[in-house]
Design a protein around this ligand. Sequence first.
Ligand SMILES: [Zn+2]
Length: 463
Amino acid sequence: MNKKQFDSAVENVILSYSTEVPGSYIWLPYGLEIRNKIFNKFKSIIKKYGYKEFSFPILVNTKNIERQKKVFNFEENVLYVTTYEGNSKDYYLRPDGIMQISYYVSQILKSKKDLPIKLFNVAPIFRRGRKGVEIPSLLSGQGSVMIEGYGFFASKEEALKELEKAVRMTTKIIKEAYLPFVLVRRPIGGNKPVAEINIGIDVPVDKRTLLAVSLYYHGNIYSKPLEMSYLENENKNYPHMISWGFSERVIGLMLWNHMDEKGIILPPSYAPIKLVIIPLFKKNTNEKEIKEYCIKIQTFLKRIKIISKIDESEGYVGEKIWYWIKRGVPLIALIGEEEVKDNVVTVIIRDIDKKVSLKFDTNIKNEIENILKEYSKRMKERAKTRLKEKIEVINSYESLKHTLKEGKIASIGWCESDDCRAKLEKEFPGEILGVNLLHPFNKEVKCIVCGKKGKEAFFARRL
Ligand SMILES: [Zn+2]
């Protein structure tokens, strides 16, 4: 599926593109319900890992920029708040939470007993867009809601242990979004890096990949210059810091990875409605009898905690079915005279477009639950298959060219030197995503550039 198909599948179903502010969008009630379900699932996982939820303000004082310059300067990328006359620049919109949160920690951290501090925040972020890069709105991350977590620890060992846990946590989250992904240790670039370790989760989308989750071990890079410290035996100590984050683009990725030419496909656990009941009225049918049968089904579904809806709207049956298919409702039940007579429920299973007839008796609870379980399983399987299809083990320059042209992710050997990386990235349209941290695809790991011993790394084009 390409960008155009994705845009038209989500528009007026999940969101509506704002014509007022290009690149932004309005979440529609149906889409918002899906987003809330997904975010609630994510938040419950994060809380299980011991992070406490905070809410920080949207505005940041510009004095913060001077502090921030001690670590890195991104003055150019922030959006200032000015008065109508345009002469005041006292505040800017939060580009992420790092400066606010480290300021807060510098205020509350007094002694070693206050550590570890683990917190997370769900809020929009604002950054100046990257010109010339065309990204579909839900995947841009611009002005979008971000879930960010921060951890502060007394020692490097503790911080690294937590980073490992955070990797497990975010991997779980990505799996809960039914996404194919690679987990990599990303190269640390630039002459003033803000992290000592950077781990990423990349998700294939169309012919490229998109960074879905970032995790960092910052060491003391922030805590020293930003004066986050505590006294221990009259010595000044600085906490070791980690952070991780992902935005609502994860939802966009989930929708994109599972849609088909008819529209979106939702995992049953996130579908606002799991089953829609459409009554079929023909000439001379007993409408009352059919309606009663539909209500009987709905009452039953309510009892087994399956959210359903009877579609009694005006219009043709075909149109109604189409309406719900586009919305990714997992099951559509068609109830006509035949169903009432035979005491059955005819159900269309959205993802495989299959019609099944279920006897409406005591066994139906198990049958529906099984159908939904199989549905989720298929979506997870599809994510796995997609990843396998996307990755190609490459041993030569020539085949790398071909792999990138096909929009795949190349598994290459890389010696981890900056020189070889620079050479590759200059020669080919793409970048090294990082060193593979999960199951190996490639056993032969000689650097594709210099031939020295290396590690398995992924090379692909990024969105
Ligand atoms: Zn090399």
